[in-house]
Design a protein around this ligand. Sequence first.
Ligand code: ATP
Ligand code: MG
Length: 397
Amino acid sequence: MANLKYDHIVVRYGELSTKGKNRKEFVRQLFHNIKKRLADYPKLDYQVQHDGLFIKLNGEDYLKIKDDLKQVFGYAYFAGAIISSLDIEEIKETALTIATMKEHRTFKVATKRNDKSYPLRSDDINRAVAGHILSHSDLKVDVHNPDLKIYISIKHDGAYIMDEKVKGLGGYPTGINGRSMLMLSGGIDSPVAGFLTMKRGLKIECIHFASMPYTSAQALEKVKTLAKKLSVYQEDIILHIIPFTELQLAIYDNCDESYAITIMRRMMYRIADELCKRRKIKTITNGESIGQVASQTPESISVIAKVSDTLILRPVCMYDKLEIIEIAKMIDTFETSILPYEDCCTIFDPKNPVTKPKEDRVLHYEAKFDYQSLVNACVENDQIVKLSYRDQEEDIF
Ligand code: ATP
Ligand code: MG
């Protein structure tokens, strides 16, 4: 590829623009998230303006930054830009530089005047710039389907000249809507649920129920790897590892096998609920999808969820498995999720799990043992680790 000469990146807010009074806060969070994600590029200079975030490259590598910036939620698109003075001769030259940076055959120029006091109208600028490119390159004009679109934005402090617009992930800046506790198994669905939750502006913490020694150290490593992969969208992730074995064994000692999964999942919710209260987290997220397995029929989900009064978010509830897999591939969790390590559900896999559990039977089994002490012990023995795609794991308790 020809040498890219961009000196700026322009990030346009998009969905944020409609947010009225909260807009300031959104822009602040977006700016904070972008700055953290691009911390590896110390020479960048940032300027927050009402219509976008302007980043001066100061020699940093645009192509590398581009990949990192694509992993931040909350903006519509960004573009590499060269900023010229408002002198039309310099605008023409700069546009020609942009036009010849990459291989193209056809082009079109589209100008927008943010500064209406500029003496030339948009059409005049389009014509002047296109004429200059036509006479100094082999490019031809195609107004309907050009290979290259050159965008010129006339602002009071200069002309911003851009070519490609790189679409962002959309959504809201992560963190703007508080936090959610993601129930993270080693499967395909829950990392995708986590991604979609972060996209809605919620920062996630994760809770994982581990059944050592029935589940292996590798199974836990897999969950940590998934959490690290999710951390690219929010810098780092707190993972709560809950020792679940004793409670699980008590369930199997006291309950009919067909009800074991229903009751086990109620215990998971009880623990997640308590942890949310302790950490002042307002929602639980999980990867449940209607009809996918016996515990995810509408009847099962409602009997299971009754034990929690924290709001439960189920981002993939209505998705087909194939749609979930597509996102898992896009966020690079799929290959990890399909590694064949057992999880706590596959270890105690009952032959005929009930698909329409009756609440009175559930309560009958639960009354047979002191589950509350075991739930409390799980919460007390929570092992907390902070994980980041950037560094080694760190125990914080
Ligand atoms: P996944 O692909 O995410 O594992 P699944 O289709 O296997 O989902 P289940 O095993 O029934 O479904 O679990 C439903 C949801 O419950 C998971 O998506 C996850 O959010 C949560 N969950 C299940 N097992 C665990 C676990 N060991 N630790 C934490 N959360 C869990
Ligand atoms: Mg699972």
